[in-house]
Design a binder for this molecule. Structure first.
Ligand SMILES: Nc1ncnc2c1ncn2[C@@H]1O[C@H](COP(=O)(O)OP(=O)(O)OP(=O)(O)O)[C@@H](O)[C@H]1O
Length: 259
């Protein structure tokens, strides 16, 4: 595995029954970058994320994270690797019966020797880092707006000071101002915490404002990857329509106005 890569996926095949989702998929996440993963609905972006974090077992291929073969690990070695990444699922995946602080404390409970008071304080810190007010700590997920729930999910993903963060459609369902604030937060956290970020999104504004590189899923694999400037040169019909369609033009024009 190249030292510059924190994730290397090679020859991935995932399949549910007869339905092949990925076939011969290769993907790299470089250290310190924000990689936007895009593709049409159902092309397997979330399945790829879940495969990398070991929730779905591939039929073939290899997935290496931070130099370790995810499929070959079990027990303590597996748990040690899992502590080095954080995942924010699409809906936040918070426990509804726990407050925001208690949700963020869940991963911290795995840290040996961490006193209750320190765990509570650390959870509060992560909630603040995710841009939530302190009083949100005592709220239940049902008492929060969708945007606040996403931030709570992000706080939980950051709980163990991860090196890699996986974000599944972090701005979906947010109003444009909330989505823009979330984009800025992702970049600020990457810079402050030296994170590598695997970001599944449909949001063209996010691609423009956050992502160092983009990987396009199509035809069961990563069809192409590169910078936004490189994506704009790709002639494949879906890629061209995606990056040059009306919504793409709107995102580019608002980006230019913001510069
Ligand atoms: N547990 C599962 N069992 C069977 N099929 C599944 C399972 N999870 C996902 N799939 C199928 O795999 C395909 C890819 O799903 P996935 O959720 O990764 O798509 P996606 O690219 O993230 O889509 P979207 O952009 O709409 O969120 C879909 O056809 C989906 O129905």
């Amino acid at each position: 595995m190249s030292a510059a890569n924190v994730i290397e996926v090679r020859g991935l095949r995932t399949q549910f029954g007869d339905h092949v989702v990925h076939d011969g998929l290769d993907l790299d996440l470089r250290r310190g970058e924000i990689l936007g993963v895009v593709g049409g609905s159902g092309t397997g972006k979330s399945v790829l994320l879940r495969s990398i974090v070991g929730l779905i077992r591939p039929r073939a291929g290899s997935i290496s994270v931070l130099g370790r073969d995810v499929g070959a690990l079990s027990g303590a070695a597996r748990e040690a690797l899992e502590r080095r990444w954080g995942v924010m699922f699409q809906d936040g995946a918070l426990f509804s019966a726990l407050t925001v602080r208690e949700n963020v404390e869940v991963p911290l409970r795995a840290v040996p020797g961490l006193a209750d008071a320190d765990r509570r304080a650390l959870a509060g810190l992560k909630v603040s880092m995710a841009g939530l007010p302190v009083k949100a700590c005592d709220a239940f997920p049902s008492e929060l707006s969708g945007g606040m729930r996403k931030r709570a999910g992000l706080a939980r993903a950051l709980a163990l000071d991860p090196e890699i963060v996986f974000l599944d459609e972090p701005t979906a369902g947010l109003d444009p101002i909330g989505a823009d604030a979330f984009d800025r937060l992702i970049v600020a956290l990457r810079d402050a915490l030296n994170l590598s970020v695997f970001l599944v999104t449909h949001d063209l504004d996010t691609l423009h404002s956050c992502c160092d590189r983009i990987a396009v899923l199509a035809e069961k694999r990563v069809l192409t990857s590169g910078t936004m400037a490189q994506m704009l040169q790709i002639q494949h019909p879906w890629v061209h329509e995606y990056f040059h369609g009306p919504r793409a033009r709107a995102a580019m024009s608002s980006r230019r106005k913001g510069d």
